[in-house]
Design a protein. Structure first.
Length: 293
């Protein structure tokens, strides 16, 4: 019976001040192969993005399956049986959008089964799983995305990033749960900090798209990173050190990965990255790709 292969990029959300609003697709990928069968569900998890496969479910609770089922319900598609092979390279619980990538994979596969192109409802279906659209939109569309919600609908617009930007990530061994780090945020912030973040988030779009020389100012944040610092002190210190060396660095999403928006693809000599796996991850410009197999 017919099958598909979905390739979906990682993503980094916030970019400093753009909390729940900005996302950047990065070229580290999860690949899921789907084969239709006569019945039942079989899931093979071949790896789990720098983590063990033992913590990844192989039943209906698997996030790709949940998203695929939701998309099929929305599109009125009823696959008989499913066999999934999951090749995961996006590290789990590190702030690189692994959950959003899984959801986008499932939604995209549902659309492929329905022989439908991705549309605005695809973003809605994906974003509903997380409650915000920044990571999901980046994995769907590639490039830089500006995401928001309006009248109960999730929206996003894609912006082409400047070709000079060469993102570098520093991924620590420890994990971080979004639910935990969100719990560290205060219910209110000073008006001056909110105004600062609004201005810098707007500047970040300009900086990533057209004016990379503005990235240092554009990635300054007062809205969430300091409040979450206790959750990942080593990552916080690395961000501060990189910025002191003139590198526009932020916590990636809910952390603890550090994102550096360099123009060289390398970090400065002398910066201590002990305990971090450092790699250049070019911007992904295509978003999720599904091909028949």
């Amino acid at each position: 019976m017919s099958g598909f292969r979905a390739t979906v990029p990682a993503s980094s959300a916030n970019l400093g001040p753009g909390f729940d609003a900005l996302g950047l697709a990065l070229s580290r990928y999860d690949v899921v192969e789907l084969q239709l069968t006569e019945g039942g569900l079989k899931i093979e998890v071949l790896d789990a993005g720098a983590g063990g496969v033992e913590d990844v479910p192989t039943d209906e609770s698997h996030l790709v399956v949940r998203a695929l089922r939701r998309a099929c319900e929305h599109l009125d598609v009823r696959p008989p049986g499913l066999h999934l092979r999951c090749h995961n390279s996006i590290p789990h619980a590190r702030g690189l959008g692994s959950s959003a990538a899984a959801v986008v994979t499932g939604v995209a596969l549902g659309y492929a089964l329905a022989e439908r192109p991705l549309d605005a409802d695809a973003l809605q279906l994906a974003a509903e799983f997380e409650g915000h659209a920044d990571n999901a939109a980046a994995s769907l569309f590639g490039g830089l995305v500006v995401a928001w919600s309006e009248n109960g609908r999730f929206r996003a617009e894609r912006v082409e990033p400047n070709a000079a930007i060469r993102p570098v990530v520093a991924v620590p061994a420890e994990k971080s749960a979004t639910s935990t780090t969100r719990g560290l945020l205060p219910p209110r912030v000073p008006h001056a900090d909110a105004a600062h973040s609004a201005g810098r988030a707007a500047l970040a779009v300009l900086a990533v798209a057209e004016r990379p020389e503005l990235l240092m100012a554009a990635t300054e944040d007062r809205l969430h990173q300091d409040y979450r610092a206790e959750a990942y002190p080593a990552s916080t210190e690395l961000v501060r050190t990189l910025r002191a060396h003139g590198v526009p660095a932020t916590i990636s999403g809910a952390g603890p990965t550090v994102l550096a928006l360099t123009l060289t693809g390398i970090l400065p000599a002398g910066v201590d990255v002990t305990g971090f796996d450092v790699a250049e991850l070019p911007v992904d410009r295509d978003g999720v790709q599904v091909v028949a197999r």
